[in-house]
Ligand binder design. Structure first.
Ligand SMILES: Nc1ncnc2c1ncn2[C@@H]1O[C@H](COP(=O)(O)OP(=O)(O)OP(=O)(O)O)[C@@H](O)[C@H]1O
Ligand SMILES: [Mg+2]
Length: 205
């Protein structure tokens, strides 16, 4: 029963790795929940639509941040806290680090405001471990070729490079709580590294 946050650019392989590790947890008879941000709840999914749609009134950066935080508060109370209380693992596709990387790194909003809002929205529920699937914007774009792109995925290459740099800076700030993976590796290899990390930490059943 650990809260694991998976972070990285769109197309970096978060969903794929979550599926791989969940299969490993299943073979160990471990209960888990897979969830994502923005979203994870009915209200959060409505907010997700407002954030990612490519039509209609696009939120200005501060409105964008606040929408993420509103969805997050709902997600923590309705999904994450209850699952942890039931002693389940929570595999969370994006969490507060995404707001730092995208809204501070990408949109250049002040970091201190984002940190405060993240703490408020989560009520200080923090992951046991952050996984960063580190990939260049170029490689991530290549993986998304042929896909219908959302509002963020349509941002310029430089935006995504700033997001990547934002994630790497966060990981450097707190190396004990971050595991940085080279996302160019095969998913099974990434999963094996993650299981090894869980074993090292004494978390693996
Ligand atoms: N380790 C990997 N090596 C090569 N290709 C991969 C790897 N992991 C995922 N892919 C492929 O890259 C694409 C994006 O992967 P995935 O959907 O898992 O990324 P994501 O981080 O969840 O993206 P998004 O944020 O858009 O949901 C998919 O086509 C997937 O099959
Ligand atoms: Mg995904």
């Amino acid at each position: 029963m650990r809260l694991i946050a998976f972070e990285g650019l769109d197309g970096s392989g978060k969903s794929t790795l979550i599926q791989e590790i969940s299969a490993q947890l299943t073979t160990k008879g471990q209960a888990f929940v897979i969830t994502r941000e923005p979203g994870g709840t009915p209200l959060g999914d409505e907010i997700r639509h407002l954030l990612l749609r490519t039509t209609g009134d696009a939120p200005v950066p501060r409105a964008e941040l606040l929408l993420y935080e509103a969805a997050r508060a709902q997600h923590v109370e309705r999904v994450i806290r209850p699952a942890l209380a039931e002693k389940k693992w929570v595999l969370c596709d994006r969490y507060t680090a995404s707001s730092v990387a995208f809204q501070a790194g990408g949109r250049t909003l002040p970091r201190e405001n984002i940190d405060w809002l993240n703490d408020f929205a989560t009520d200080h529920v923090r992951p046991d471990l952050w996984i960063l699937l580190d990939l260049s914007a170029e490689d991530a774009f290549r993986r998304m070729e042929g896909r219908k792109l959302d509002r963020f995925e349509r941002e310029a290459r430089e935006f995504h490079e700033r997001v990547r740099a934002g994630y790497l800076a966060l990981a450097r700030e707190n190396p004990a709580e971050w595991m940085v993976l080279d996302a160019r590796q095969a998913a099974v290899e990434l999963c094996a590294q993650l299981v090894a990390e869980f074993k090292n930490r004494g978390w693996w059943p």
